[in-house]
Design a protein around this ligand. Structure first.
Ligand code: HEM
Length: 356
């Protein structure tokens, strides 16, 4: 973004932020907006039409597709640029959108350029700060995925001041020790780190192996279920694309990509129990993910100045079924020794997972 654009943009967003803090002091219990929705604070009424616009312009009218997945990933890459010890970025402040020319050069942000390019024009049309926009879009996109918890949305982040520094976003080539240290530095326990990784149930890789863009991490990439926690524990036997790439390890299924970091976190003594506890435990996974995300969505923010506008987030469709082993797999293919739930197997031959 050019400097003049950035300046006018900061003025607009500053104005938006100051009207929000004024509204924060005049909160009422329950308000009916002129558009008919009920919310806990009148300041949230203005956001309902923005939600409709984001659904229409970004998410194809409410799909759990690539843009929804990428919006969730973007919220992580934005927020994690923060340290509880200071001297890093502003956290969940939207810096990745405003200072994209800096942050997208970082190696760990590979593949993020598509979603920032998609989001930027929509963001410019709305009277929201970049932090509010990025984290609202993530909450809406996630809500489009059946089985997801309804994430929170806190309104009123000030505009970002500076880009986050490099090397704050974990990479799939990092060791478990390095990954957990980075999460701890940002204020997350090992258990919360695994909770956040529930997101990889609606995820695919474009740049890990560039010959196979859109390769999912599990066989149900359009559903926010616990399938990824099961499939990462299955014995791997193949690489879905052009051989072994950095950050990639053997996958159990054609068309599915397994990250080295997910593989190691699922088996490491510090995190394996948290990982396994998620399997076929939909309500537990939803609440763990919801709570860890609530923390992530306001990292580095003064929460006393934010308004809870979670009412604006669409209610996701539920997912109430037991998960299953992919066809041709069963308990004998699971590579861990700990007690494991009995699950059925999808009928038929071993599948090839379609790209997103
Ligand atoms: C150990 C920490 C993590 C590592 C190493 C990691 C790594 C990755 C990698 C390498 C990709 C594929 C990028 C590509 O090739 O296009 C990816 C995708 C994704 N990640 Fe993570 N990730 C981590 C944590 C998280 C967290 C905490 C979230 C959200 C809360 C998240 C959400 C996603 C999503 C939704 C995608 C799919 C994006 C899409 O399909 O467009 N990840 N991650």
């Amino acid at each position: 973004m050019g400097l003049s654009h950035l300046t006018s943009f900061i003025i607009t967003t500053l104005a938006a932020a100051s009207s929000v803090s004024a509204a924060a002091t005049t909160a009422s219990k329950s308000v009916k907006c002129s558009t008919g929705q009920i919310t806990s604070n009148a300041a949230c009424c203005a956001i309902f039409p923005m939600v409709d616009k984001i659904q229409k312009d970004l998410f194809d009218g409410g799909e759990c597709g690539e843009e929804a997945h990428s919006a969730l990933r973007l919220s992580f890459h934005d927020a994690i640029g923060f340290s509880i010890h200071g001297k890093k970025g502003g956290g969940a402040d939207g810096s990745i959108l405003v200072f994209n020319s800096t942050e997208l050069k970082y190696h760990a942000n590979g593949g993020i350029d598509d979603i920032t390019a998609r989001q930027f024009p929509v963001f410019q049309e709305l009277n929201l700060t970049a932090g509010d926009f990025v984290h609202l879009a993530a909450a809406i996109g996630t809500a489009n995925c059946p089985g997801a918890p309804r994430l929170k949305f806190m309104f009123g982040r000030p505009p970002p001041k500076a880009p986050a520094p490099d090397l704050t976003v974990p990479e799939p080539t990092d060791s478990v020790t390095a990954i957990l240290a980075r999460f701890a530095d940002a204020g997350f326990s090992a258990k919360e780190a695994i909770a956040l990784l529930s997101s990889h149930t609606v995820a695919a890789a474009d740049v890990v192996d560039t010959t196979i863009p859109g390769t999912p991490f599990d066989s149900t990439v359009g559903t926010f279920d616990t399938q990824v926690f099961l499939e990462v524990l299955l014995k791997g036997s193949l690489f879905p694309g052009n051989g072994s790439q950095p950050g990639e390890v053997l996958s159990p299924l054609h068309g599915e990509l397994r990250l080295q970091s997910d593989f190691e976190l699922s088996r490491d003594p510090r995190t394996a129990c948290f990982w396994q506890a998620m399997i076929n435990n939909q309500q537990y996974m939803m609440s763990q993910f919801h709570d860890a995300m609530a923390k992530m969505q306001v990292l580095g923010q003064d929460t006393s100045r934010l308004i809870d506008c979670s009412d604006v987030v669409p209610v996701p469709k539920p997912f109430n079924q037991n998960i299953k082993y992919p066809a041709s797999f069963s308990k004998k293919d699971v590579q861990v020794a700990l007690p494991f739930p009995n699950l059925a197997t999808v009928r038929g031959p071993a599948p090839t997972i379609a790209p997103v």
